[in-house]
Design a binder for this molecule. Sequence first.
Ligand code: PEP
Ligand code: MN
Length: 366
Amino acid sequence: MIVLLRAGASVAEARAVEAELTRAGASSRRVRGPARLAVEVVGPHAPFDDATLARLSALDAVESLLAADEPNPRVAAARGPVAVATPLGPIAVGSDEWTLMLGPCAVENEPDLIAAAACAQQAGARFLRGGAFKPRTSPYAFQGLGDDGLPLLRRVADAFGLAVVSEATSEAAVARVAEHCELLQIGARTMAASSLLRAAARAGRPVLLKRGFGATVDEWLAAAEYLLDGGAPGVILCERGIRSFEPGTRATLDLGGLALAKLRTGLPVIADPSHAAGTRALVEPLARAALAAGADGLIVECHAEPGRARSDGPQALTPADVAELARAVARLAPALGRRAPKPLLCTTTCQPQTTTSTPRSSASPR
Ligand code: PEP
Ligand code: MN
């Protein structure tokens, strides 16, 4: 392990790190890099216990703990919640309070987005989700409103006191999504696109990184490493189901993978039961299972009238389902030592002016 010190840390502060390592039974040597000091653990030693790692991380001079034989050192060394800055103050994802992100699959029109945001807000969601750029399997399916969807998403979220998470499907979209959204989403289909990851990392926003449906946990964490290495101010992992031989669900929610990711890293891990289930009736059971397995929150699709949704209608919760999910989450929290989010008071009218709405159309294939 290498204990990386902050730029400007003094020799005395390095000595405090060395003393902590000695107490834990490890030998170390001081390394002077071009810009800063580090302390490298040398020789065999017993695995460091959590208390030692916590004491080291808590030292002011310590920037991060890097495991020398760890392929994804920044991911492995990540600790603590990810703070997502919003105009209403930071949202700590990965704290003892679960984070809920709710909204439609795609931004379609203002009235439906208002209805989704209203039920998201009442359920205690802190984020409104919704794709402006949609990565669809078929080129003939609704591809999202693109640039026009982003200001709409922003306006409606602001009216309900919610932060925004939305997907950037291309390098060109990153800056535009980052301009309107507090949290950038990288989707399952593009999880391993390294140039997109590098562009997302440079955007200055924390990133919600979906697991690719054909990606191993190691590949997922390597994608997170690209983001942290590129300077992303935080990464939240999202398990959304992987391909299996089971055709009854859209994907198989990999709870083992979720728990493994939590073991390998201190990054927050949330679950997306919607894209795993593919069917409304399975969303709540999968959501409960994911929370019980240690998920730090959920991202869930909902729609005022799922039958009219232009993408992923069959898995979208109705407003009544969302209220039921919120009750289930609240019931589970005490048993798991977590807190369920409560609705924040809406500080504005919660009724944005209706401007132009895009025409509604019937559901199209996903
Ligand atoms: C989404 O969340 O809108 C989405 C397309 O999910 P995924 O990338 O997990 O398929
Ligand atoms: Mn969807």
